[in-house]
Design a protein around this ligand. Sequence first.
Ligand SMILES: Cc1ncc(C[n+]2csc(CCOP(=O)(O)OP(=O)(O)O)c2C)c(N)n1
Length: 329
Amino acid sequence: MSEGARTTNPTDLTAEQLLAVFERMSLIRRVEEVAGRAYQQQKFSGFCHLYLGQEAVAVSVATAMKPGDTMIAAYREHGHAMSVGVSPEAVLSELLGRRTGTTGGRGGSMHIFDVARGFMGGWGIVGGQIPLGAGLAFASKYRGDKSVNVCFFGEGSIHQGVFHEALNMASIWDLPVVFLCENNRYAMGTDMSRINAQMDIQLKAISYNMDHAQLDGQDFFTVYAGVKEAIDRAREQSRPTFLDVRTYRFRGHSMSDPGNYRTHEEVEQEKGRDPIALLGRDLVAMGVADEAGLEAIDKACRQVARDALKAAEQADFPDPNTLMDHVYA
Ligand SMILES: Cc1ncc(C[n+]2csc(CCOP(=O)(O)OP(=O)(O)O)c2C)c(N)n1
């Protein structure tokens, strides 16, 4: 796609806030790279799904959220957690099963939680978090505190019954929720065109009398504008929205996926629309930053990521005597 750089800031965000967005996206990128290398070096095992390439989506939501709002996501959630301020050290410690992880090393990569920051996990069952997101919004409405839930899921979830049940209920009960589909085109190795009767998936919201939009998830400004509108609608009118956010993951589904179902050319073409590079280019064209300033931010993020892994490796494992704590029988 040949698109020119933006020369004016289309948002209500200050230059300082935009630089914080760039920094947060860069931090997620560098931590995910460190996590991927640590996995390859067998510093941890089990499942690990990286968020590389999708950073603008979670960060745009975190930027539009207000204190008290909540976010819930699937198992590709390291980036979502960091978008709301969970530290790289807490995330990497959780991956490595350490006591200092977000769930004390008991959950691992797919179960990061930080309730104080409104991050409600980290869920491994495809589509399982969709009714939970509706439930969080129901709780907000019941309390009357005007908070909003943003519920993330992949396009591989939208054929599950729970997706349709949750959207219907959210609409009839006027719940303050944003159903955000991170549509990266592949459910593991399955191209969405093989399983979708209707490729314009935002139209599914029509069945539930719900506002909807399709957004370019690689362009921070576009996705931020669409997400903000949906969050504002949830807060002010207590109405749900369904968003089909088009994005792309730069790596395989998980660390064990060589990605043979897509061509090298396709991946390289998508990397040409790297969300961090696009934002950086815009920030320079707007006069918010210069190349050297952005490079310095990125360099600092690389260092934070490396230091976080070192700290995680040095942290203790949970005490074996606590093995049965939090276990319900
Ligand atoms: C109910 C259920 N069925 C199958 C799986 C195995 N599984 C894990 S991820 C995945 C694909 C999901 O793809 P998508 O929702 O598009 O999310 P993405 O990984 O692309 O972010 C499947 C089938 C599962 N975890 N849960």
